[in-house]
Design a protein around this ligand. Structure first.
Ligand code: FES
Length: 576
């Protein structure tokens, strides 16, 4: 479909630069102060490069250079690039969790675009929450936008072993606790596991969410799988800069691209990737900004029929670098073509079918064919029951199958500090059949729903060879984690959800095939406990923490702020 092209005087930036009034005098004279001539910007789309680079985000160290490559593309296509720094959300460094700041970055991106003379945006993200945050902000602002994913880092290496972000940390940390390796070995692993720019190279939240962004049609075809250190990545950045200029002239906005069908594609691809459970929260939140309702049940329905094809850790054996060489996301999409809505639009102005056209798979062990999947179907399951009336999620592909139908006595930890203090105590009354419960780790209780959901196996059981147990919490877990971890229990315990009522020794039943999670305690007893329950004090009395805890929604609604969910558009600033 050919779209009508805008005229220069229809550009949003025309109100800042193109009118003969006093305020515009100020805008032009101050742009001249920065060394730009009128010919640099007059009548051209002003393109914001929203850059989440910082000195303390290791996943985005190449973004300074990539921003220059984006600018090159914007200049070549006849646009005027302006780089706008936004907070970096450094997953491995920030406390208590970057999830507490996802909505903050979403607001920042939205308001950066609104308050400046911007016609279109290049969104540079990749480290976990940056991808959904930037997309949420751009959606709410409603300007043409294209996403430039950071790309995964190269494979880690230690004494000839391939190391994967997160997944191998948990593995070798447990080996250290069990006495199988020493400190010196762990120090070498520390130095070998992250050896290039780029985001985590397992199928963690970053790889899942950048693949979701591409599936949604918000990147150029093939962009999400390119390793950050590959020169193809630099060329993709420049191409994205070229493309956004045309998107402005065509007035092609995220709302034109994102539909119920494109979000359903994203869910199917998450399942086929063996993707992070965090995608559930982020997809619900992004869909909410697009005015599309995605229920937890829809995840379950779609995932139930989609096999896991990507043989990537933690569900599989390989890493993102292998995935790229095997054909990348386009290869995987080509294998899933029968289940996808291929008519969905992309930033290229063409359909997903055209993005996938010609894609091949070069290694059938890395991207499995439909008749030889890593996991047959149901790689993501949504649970209901008296312990999680508003839902919980589990990733069966990362669990020991024997625990997918299990009943065991609860061992309850009131919060993370309680868990950290007692988990390795030899006196802890726990055995391999116990169900570990962590509460007060949800959106308000954490706060920010930290990635504490993969509770450690108690040391005495580790030494006895136990590698997995059933664990239940209102927390999230890193996409690089594994184990039989029931996550995102809603409503959370901090606001009086049923997790708050569990006591040591209570039997808990998990039945993934039936999608059930039940606390096997009489209703009358639960009602009695509920009547005795006292709400904890609010976590924050002031500041952003107060805003966050007063307005964050529960996991089943995506943990967006209630006042940022879809609603009437925010007015654009007037001329003056
Ligand atoms: Fe940035 Fe994992 S730490 S993506």
């Amino acid at each position: 479909m050919t779209r009508r092209r805008k005229k220069p005087e229809e550009l949003r930036s025309h109100r800042w630069y193109g009118v003969p009034d006093l305020r515009a005098f100020g805008h032009r004279s101050r742009t001249a102060q920065m060394g730009f001539d009128r010919r640099d910007y007059a009548g051209k789309p002003v393109i914001a490069i929203v850059n989440t680079w910082s000195d303390i985000n290791p996943c985005h160290t190449h973004f300074r250079q990539r921003a220059e490559e984006v600018k090159r593309g914007v200049w070549q296509a006849g646009g005027f690039p302006v780089e706008l720094p936004a907070q970096s959300l450094s997953e491995p460094i920030q406390k208590p969790t970057t999830m507490m700041y996802r909505n903050f970055l979403a607001m920042e991106a939205e308001e950066l675009l609104r308050s400046h003379p911007i016609d279109g945006a290049v969104l540079m993200g990749g480290c976990d929450k940056t991808t959904p945050a930037l997309i949420m902000g751009a959606l709410s602002m409603g300007l043409p936008a294209i996403f430039v994913p950071a790309g995964p880092m190269l494979r880690g290496n230690w004494r000839g072993e391939t190391l994967g972000s997160g997944s191998d940390i948990w593995k070798y940390w447990d080996q250290l606790r069990a006495g199988a390796i020493d400190r010196e070995a762990l120090n070498e692993i520390e130095d070998g596991i992250a050896r290039s720019p780029g985001h985590c190279m397992t199928m963690g939240t970053a790889s899942t969410m950048t693949s979701v962004a591409e599936t949604l049609g918000l990147t150029l075809a093939g962009a999400a799988s390119i390793p950050a250190a590959d020169s193809n990545h630099a060329r993709m950045a420049a191409n994205s800069g070229r493309r956004i200029v045309d998107m402005v002239w065509e007035d092609l906005k995220p709302a034109d691209i994102l539909t119920q069908a494109s979000f359903e594609n994203a869910i199917a691809v998450t399942a086929a990737l063996g993707g992070s459970t965090n995608a559930v929260v982020h997809i619900v939140a992004m869909a909410g900004r697009a005015g599309v309702e995605i229920t937890l049940e829809r995840f379950d329905e779609i995932a139930a029929s989609v096999p896991t094809l990507a043989n990537i850790r933690p569900s599989g054996a390989y890493l993102m670098e292998d995935f790229y060489y095997a054909g990348g996301l386009r290869g995987l999409l080509s294998r899933l073509a029968g289940t996808l809505h291929l008519g969905c639009l992309t930033v290229a102005g063409t359909t997903l079918a055209e993005a996938v056209n010609g894609a091949e798979v070069y290694d059938d062990d890395v991207i499995r064919p439909l008749d030889n999947p890593v996991y047959p179907a149901g790689g993501l399951a949504v649970l209901r029951g008296n312990l999680c009336p508003d839902g919980a999620v589990i990733k069966p592909t990362a669990a020991d199958p024997k625990f997918l139908d299990h009943t065991g006595p609860a061992v309850v930890f009131d919060d993370y500090n309680d868990m950290a203090a007692r988990i390795d105590d030899d006196a802890l009354d726990v055995d391999a059949s116990s169900v570990l419960v962590l509460r007060n780790a949800g959106p308000e209780g954490g706060p920010g729903m930290p990635e504490w959901g993969m509770l450690p196996i108690p040391k005495k059981l580790l030494k006895a060879g136990v590698k997995d147990m059933v664990r239940i919490s209102d927390a999230r877990m890193s996409g690089t984690s594994y184990g039989t971890c029931v996550l995102h229990v809603a409503p959370e315990s901090f606001i009086g959800g049923p997790l708050a009522l569990v006591r040591d020794g209570d039997p808990i039943r998990l039945d993934v095939a039936a999608c059930r999670l039940e606390l096997l305690v009489e209703d009358a007893e639960l009602a009695r406990r509920k009547a005795q329950w006292e709400a904890p004090k609010p976590r924050f009395e002031r500041g952003y923490g107060r805003l966050f805890t007063q307005h964050v929604t529960q996991a089943d609604r995506g943990c967006d702020f209630d006042f940022l969910e879809a609603g009437p558009p925010t007015p654009d600033p007037e001329i003056h």
